[in-house]
Ligand binder design. Structure first.
Ligand SMILES: Cc1cc2nc3c(=O)[nH]c(=O)nc-3n(C[C@H](O)[C@H](O)[C@H](O)COP(=O)(O)OP(=O)(O)OC[C@H]3O[C@@H](n4cnc5c(N)ncnc54)[C@H](O)[C@@H]3O)c2cc1C
Length: 389
């Protein structure tokens, strides 16, 4: 492993840091979609939307996008520097985390010029909020089993079915929707991707309240929804290929996972140093707690090394390889371990506030974006060369 940040990336850091210092209002620092307790039309949402527009106007909303569509065509190192500087400044991200990194690459690669010109600028500025309608009650890890259907009727698709776990669905006015358009062929074929206006008649969003009390996820029901044929993204029945076009412009994602994890560990160490144990010592003097804190510290540092290995591969012109699955596995489990150790450090005080939220919320991380078991299968087959069964 051998890399250092190229001079252009450091020049970009200087420019972006100065811009953040000049433009990020102190009261916005630390806010964002995390916690997701945003209400449609609420004051907080509108404040974040204004910040999103400020980022977009300076072409800092989606730096990996091509310049033509308001990005900077930034390479991986600039993306990493961008994440580091946003993290350093506690700057809120945009209103479209899924839109910018997952949905836009599919539109840029497969969309018509009209679709790009119509949808991308509003997504970039946060004027529209997008959600991803992929998972269904019986199609998650095995996404290709999806059953939500669309039948052609003149110049419209008639959509019927249900999606679930839609992050931001309650705030979104657009959805990247996967539907079954040909049930007679094998399951990866016969899927089509539609760009659906969520205000169309027959679309019903039902928020799901999770154990944290937040309404981050939603079920979406489609009943005879008439979607114009020109809202089809890519060729009919090739929706699987369209859906797989994710992260094409955001390959820095793996490399930034460690930032939040390591700053949480740092916060936990500070908590341990100041939490009294009642006998004149602090939690950081307890030998068992010290071991557990040391373990999560090492998990954070290991995650950083994996990120750097991925970056090194990029800089030397090699494909990023399996680091994505390894980093996802390690990150999601580290986040759970940190929250568990926080409860040990804080005792009953850890059952309230942000550590308590992390403790329950972090359970979702080993499911979202590919479950631990599915990632382990990938590691077993593609890295260790083990047989499928
Ligand atoms: C925080 C969060 C955000 C999400 N956001 C979205 C979103 O915006 N849009 C969207 O469409 N979906 C979203 N999802 C859904 C997510 O993609 C699915 O939850 C995920 O793919 C798992 O599918 P499932 O829940 O149906 O579980 P299942 O696939 O039914 O899995 C159940 C269990 O079986 C195991 N399992 C499944 N297949 C295998 C296998 N082949 N080998 C070994 N074990 C296996 C799994 O690991 C799991 O433990 C989100 C989920 C979470 C938790």
């Amino acid at each position: 492993m051998d890399f250092r940040y190229p001079a252009e990336a450091e020049a970009f850091r200087k420019e972006f840091r100065a811009w953040l210092d000049a433009n990020l209002e102190p009261e916005l620092a630390g806010d964002g979609l995390g916690g997701m307790s945003l209400e449609f039309g609420g004051e907080r949402l509108e404040r974040l939307r204004a910040w999103n527009r400020t980022l977009a106007d300076a072409r800092f909303a989606a730096i990996a996008w091509p310049e033509e569509w308001g990005g900077r065509g930034a390479g991986v190192m600039e993306q990493v520097v961008y994440a580091e500087e946003m993290h350093r400044a506690h700057a809120p991200g945009t209103l479209n985390p899924l839109g910018l990194s997952n949905i836009a690459p599919a539109i840029i690669e497969h969309g018509t010029h009209e679709q790009k010109a119509d949808l991308l600028p509003r997504m970039l500025r946060g004027d529209d909020i997008w959600c991803q309608g992929f998972s269904e009650p019986n199609a998650g890890s095995d996404l290709a089993s999806l059953r939500c259907s669309a039948i052609l009727d003149g110049d419209s698709w008639i959509v019927n079915g249900q999606k679930t776990w839609n992050t931001l669905g309650n705030l979104a006015n657009w959805c990247e929707l996967l539907v079954r358009t040909d049930p007679s062929v094998s399951k990866h074929k016969g899927i089509t991707c539609l760009l659906v206006d969520m205000t169309l008649p027959g679309v019903e969003v039902r928020p799901l309240e999770t154990i944290t009390g937040e309404k981050e996820f939603n079920e979406i029901f489609f009943t005879d929804v008439r979607v114009p044929v020109d809202a089809t993204l890519g060729p009919v029945n090739e929706g699987w290929r369209v859906a797989m076009t994710t992260l094409a412009y955001e390959r820095g994602t793996v490399a930034k996972l460690h930032l939040g994890t390591r700053s949480k560990v740092k916060r936990l160490i500070d908590e341990a140093k100041r939490t009294p144990m009642g006998d004149g010592t602090t939690a950081s003097d307890d030998p068992v707690i010290r071991q557990h804190v040391a373990r999560v510290y090492m998990e954070g540092e290991l995650l950083k090394l994996i990120s750097e290995r991925a970056l090194s591969a990029e800089l030397h012109g090699r494909a990023m390889g399996p680091e994505g699955s390894i980093a996802k596995l390690l990150w999601s489990e580290a986040e759970q371990h940190i929250a568990e150790v926080a409860t040990e450090v804080l005792g009953p005080d850890g059952l309230d506030g942000s550590w308590a939220r992390d403790r329950v919320y972090s359970r979702a991380l080993t499911i979202a974006g590919g479950t631990t078991q599915v990632n382990k299968n990938i590691v077993a087959q593609r890295i260790l060369g083990l047989p499928r069964n």
